[in-house]
Design a binder for this molecule. Structure first.
Ligand code: TNX
Length: 575
């Protein structure tokens, strides 16, 4: 994390007022070439160059300001003389390294549909923009594991980073600086102008996440991949999957097959439920990893386990199978902490899940186990923590885990609504780190307003400003910023039954949480955020993404392209 004070986007003057820049002097010079030169040159090339020069001289500056990015970049230095228009013949050149070339292919994949340009990808030892886009992997660049530098000049675009993740984030920024029509799935006639200047950027926190509850309602792999796309757009790097709960068990476990064949067949409201095979889960993990997103799988223990007890009554305290549960109450179920068989179950389930999960984390829940109290609860959690450590993973759990003994590296996910929490602060003093998910700011299952058609309100209403106006670094009393690993926006799905429902609750609040996780605090400014966010409405519309037209945001009313297309699609074509 950089502590260097930066001007941030709010300190950057609007470029709209600057005089029209002169672009592409070569083309302009060509247009004025004398008759002798004209006679020798290829007429068609000259005509094309003259047309471009005239067009550029008449053309307005790039529509977007360099600072119009969500999350706000660390440093923005606009250069109005550096505006650049992506030409049809542009080439994307990347460092000859598989990870850099993969990002180059992803960029080409993003730009080809709307531009209709071929945008071939090539490699080079020292890539140069040369009128196109260069992605440069350079390990001498000191911007951390995720930082990048983006230079837009009249010679093209250069993204420089020391990691492929940094290049990927630079590409997300680039995408936002292009006209909104870039989101179109079909070719659009557009001037693909980018604002000139330099962005130097790196995240404030290493953990920036969102959670999807696939237990209360089950969601198909395609829906989850689409959520991954949304996370990637806003530089989030963790997807927490809440895989098990009272209403359904969603991940195949070979050693306990009935967890899914019985426990996976229910959901809130009586629908059919469903589960992920190991291949499904791996597909999600791989798709996320390709977008530099780590999956954090959660098996909620010892409570929230009715579906497991339906499948395996031997785990229940009374050894009697409870009826399947399709309501929305919490806190009634638990696996028997006094039975050794329970720990076999935990070890088997977490062992199989760990083997499928390349990321370092296993989330073990721990919330609302109202019937497992005091030392029985802490004793259970401590054994589970040791099982996780034995699998070579780092334990994450809801902050109810706080009273249990510390274990190296452990992370508590804080979901309180009041920042005074001495028990969590004490766990931090013993070494715990926090992921901050305040129920009354970051819970995306809360309604925006009383008339939001789905969602809860137990933690209050969360409009966009409420989602944005808080600071994860100082939110929990007596917890220093250094103990904060990052921020996460959970989406519980008791009332959420479709991808459109997910998107309605995610957007536009997910970008608010993403900005809290990424941007330096010095850039925090509600009015600036609101204005930057406004431009994303036409992007989502063009991409066929559902969102809530929050009245606080001055949404742009100009459609990105004259004829709107609204075909929802997942960004699944592998580069
Ligand atoms: C509390 S937050 C829960 C979930 C519910 C959610 C609904 C947490 C760790 N537990 O079981 O789905 O409220 O908002």
């Amino acid at each position: 994390m950089s502590t260097t004070p930066s001007p941030g986007p709010t300190a950057v003057p609007a470029t709209d007022a600057v005089p029209l820049p002169t672009r592409e002097p070569d083309a302009a010079t060509l247009a004025q070439a004398d008759a002798a030169t004209l006679a020798q040159a290829d007429a068609a090339t000259l005509a094309q160059a003259a047309e471009r020069a005239a067009g550029d001289l008449l053309a307005p500056p790039a529509r977007h300001r360099l600072a119009d990015v969500v999350p706000a970049p660390q440093q923005v230095q606009p250069d109005p003389t550096g505006d650049w228009v992506l030409p049809a013949e542009a080439v994307i050149v990347a460092t000859a390294d598989p990870a850099a070339l993969a990002v180059a292919e992803q960029l080409a994949h993003l730009l080809r549909p709307a531009t209709g340009y071929p945008l071939p990808v090539t490699d080079a030892t020292t890539p140069e923009p040369a009128g196109g886009i260069a992605l440069v992997l350079d390990d001498t660049v000191d911007l951390g594991a995720e930082g990048y530098r983006l230079d837009i000049t009249t010679d093209g675009v250069r993204v420089t980073a020391s990691t492929a993740a940094g290049l990927f984030y630079g590409v997300q920024t680039l995408r936002q600086l292009l006209p909104a029509a870039i989101e179109s799935r079909d070719p659009v006639t557009e001037r693909w102008a980018l604002p000139g200047g330099t962005i130097t950027d790196a995240p404030r926190f290493p953990y920036r996440g969102a959670m999807l509850d696939v237990a209360r309602h089950f969601f198909a792999v395609e829906d989850v991949l689409r959520v991954v796309d949304h996370l990637a757009r806003y530089k989030l790097n963790h997807l927490h999957l809440h895989l098990t709960d009272d209403q359904g068990w969603r991940i195949a476990v070979d050693s306990w097959p009935k967890l899914t064949t019985l426990g996976g067949t229910t959901e809130v409201g009586g629908g059919p439920g469903g589960h992920y095979t190991k291949a499904d889960y791996t597909r999600i993990v791989t798709y996320a990893a390709d977008r530099h997103i780590t999956v954090v799988p959660e098996i909620d223990l010892p409570g929230h386990t009715n579906a497991a007890l339906v499948a395996y009554p031997e785990l229940a305290p009374d050894k009697i199978a409870p009826p399947p549960y399709t309501g929305t109450e919490v806190g009634f179920s638990y696996v028997d902490p006094a039975d050794e068989r329970t720990y076999d179950f935990v070890a088997d389930v977490l062992g199989e899940l760990a083997a499928l999960t390349p990321g370092p984390w296993l989330h073990v829940g721990g919330d609302e186990a109202f019937k497992v109290k005091g030392e029985v609860y802490t004793g259970f959690v401590e054994r589970v923590q040791r099982i996780v450590a034995g699998l070579g993973k780092t334990v994450v759990g809801w902050h109810q885990l706080a009273p249990a003994a510390h274990l190296d590296g452990r992370v508590l996910q804080w979901w309180g609504t009041n920042g005074e929490d001495p028990t969590t602060a004490e766990a931090v003093r013993r070494g715990a780190r926090l992921i901050i998910s305040p129920g009354n700011h970051a819970y995306l299952d809360m309604k925006y307003a009383p008339d939001t058609p789905i969602g809860h309100d137990w933690a209050g209403l969360i409009d966009v400003r409420k989602a944005y106006d808080w600071d994860p670094g100082t939110h929990v009393a007596d917890v220093p910023t250094e103990a904060v690993l990052g921020v996460e926006a959970p989406l519980w799905t008791e009332s959420v039954t479709s991808l459109a429902d997910i998107e309605l609750l995610l957007l536009p609040r997910l970008p608010a949480i993403a900005e809290l996780g990424w941007s330096p605090r010095a850039t925090h400014d509600w009015n600036g955020f609101r204005d930057r966010l406004a431009g994303h409405g036409p992007r989502w519309e063009t991409a066929g993404i559902t969102f809530h037209r929050a009245p606080e945001i001055p949404w742009s009313t100009t459609p990105a392209i004259p004829t709107q297309r609204n075909v929802p699609q997942t960004d699944t074509t592998k580069p």
